[in-house]
Design a protein around this ligand. Structure first.
Ligand SMILES: Nc1ncnc2c1ncn2[C@@H]1O[C@H](COP(=O)(O)OP(=O)(O)O)[C@@H](O)[C@H]1O
Ligand code: SF4
Ligand SMILES: [Mg+2]
Length: 381
């Protein structure tokens, strides 16, 4: 962990809120500020057939009558040094996926490989060394910090819990972390309520970094923050990644945040990954109707692009079906304007389509072609 004030801090001082405010979804901002790091293609984490069904029980005997199929068989890799964005509407299983891969939840089926080791069913003791390597940042910086503890206690807790020795003491280590995330080390004795939302998220990030994790799962890390502050926290996460060689999974329902920060993006729908690709490939050639619909929901600030976007507008309406009894075949078929008979009977596999970029996988029988006219389509029940 560097002791000097990081580049993250210097960058944030340069970038005032007016400079970055609200721009995180623009083309130019996204294009210019994306991490320059080239990820290696070695998987740090690999999920294979991962499943989480929450049982629904009834009566005194707690007989299982059904299950919420929150995550229903997903496969993906997270490469060392990359950021994988995980995106989809609320309830599609993003947080559960995050909890599964950090083993905060026990998978119903499937396998999780971390750094070459199978951690799918490790117990608390066996998981302990891995706990240091994988950390989560949560959405709500207000509820994730104990209001009765000082910043020093909060950020220093991981050292005590894991029994980690620090060369110059825990206080100095905590103060270094506060500097690293752009906070004043003199805030050590302050309480969370004395900070703004953005500052609290920085405290949460400092705590996350304490044990030098390899993988950080950020679950909607900026959703609870003002738009102007969102850009700053996203920039901080990117700078920390470059400085510390971190690997991220960033969960968001908002495609704009994911676009800015991700090297690759996985789109989830009702417990399944429906499309996964390099960011460029996904945004320039989305194939799955759901991805197209999600994308056309993102506001476009540039007027010329806005016009082009209007021509490609799909209205995503209607509710997501229940994960207790998802539609047969393709789960998106009840909202898809391209659905045909086969979509109800046969689940489309997640595969690379002919002509698509390597690694661009889509689960659809009738993927959207380049320049296909989709304007005015309504993706609804
Ligand atoms: N502990 C739980 N018990 C029962 N159902 C759950 C539990 N946690 C999540 N779910 C359900 O699993 C589905 C996926 O939830 P979640 O992973 O939180 O989605 P997302 O993060 O994409 O909004 C939802 O239908 C949710 O209600
Ligand atoms: S498989 Fe069929 S229903 Fe599903 S997204 Fe593709 S076209 Fe639509
Ligand atoms: Mg969630």
């Amino acid at each position: 962990m560097p002791h000097a004030r990081g580049r993250a801090q210097a960058d944030l001082e340069r970038a005032g809120p007016t400079e970055v405010g609200g721009n995180i979804m623009t083309e130019s901002t996204a294009g210019e500020s994306v991490a320059t790091q080239t990820p290696t293609k070695e998987a740090l984490l690999s999920a294979q057939g991962l499943q989480k069904h929450f049982p629904i029980t009834k009566g005194l005997l707690k007989r299982q009558v059904a299950a919420v199929k929150a995550v229903d068989g997903i496969d993906f890799d997270v490469y060392k040094g990359e950021t994988l964005g995980l995106v989809g509407e609320s309830g599609c299983g993003k947080s559960t996926t995050g909890r599964l891969i950090t083993r905060l939840a026990e998978p119903t089926a499937g396998k999780i490989m971390f750094d070459g080791k199978d951690i799918s069913h490790l117990g608390t003791g066996a998981m302990r060394p891995f706990r240091r390597d994988m950390q989560m940042i949560f959405q709500d910086p207000f509820s994730s910090l104990n209001p009765r503890h000082t910043v020093g206690t909060i950020v220093g807790a991981p050292f005590h819990i894991q029994g980690v020795k620090t060369p110059h003491g825990v206080k100095r280590a905590v103060q270094d972390l506060l500097k690293l995330v752009g906070l004043n080390p003199e805030h050590y004795n302050r309480y969370p309520h004395e900070f703004s939302g953005g500052q609290r998220q920085r405290i949460g990030i400092a705590r996350t970094l304490a044990l030098k994790p390899k993988l950080i799962i950020a679950d909607e890390p900026v959703s609870a923050l003002d738009v102007s502050i969102q850009a700053q926290v996203v920039n901080l996460l990117e700078d920390l990644q470059n400085e510390l060689g971190l690997t991220y999974v960033v969960i968001a329902h908002d495609l704009s945040v994911v676009r800015h920060i991700s090297d690759r993006v996985a789109v989830m729908y009702l417990g399944k990954i429906v499309e996964i690709a390099d960011r460029e490939s996904l945004y320039s050639n989305p194939r799955h109707p759901y991805t197209v619909a999600l994308m056309s929901a993102v506001p476009v600030p540039n007027p010329r692009r806005r016009e082009a976007n209007q021509r490609q507008r799909v209205l995503l309406t209607g509710d997501v079906p229940s994960p207790i009894d998802p539609p047969t075949g393709c789960r998106f078929r009840t909202r898809c304007w391209k659905a045909q008979d086969i979509c109800a009977t046969t689940e489309p596999p997640l595969v690379v389509r002919e002509g698509d970029a390597p690694g661009h996988q889509t689960a659809c029988h009738f993927p959207v072609a380049d320049n296909e006219e989709v304007a005015g389509r309504t993706a609804a029940a």
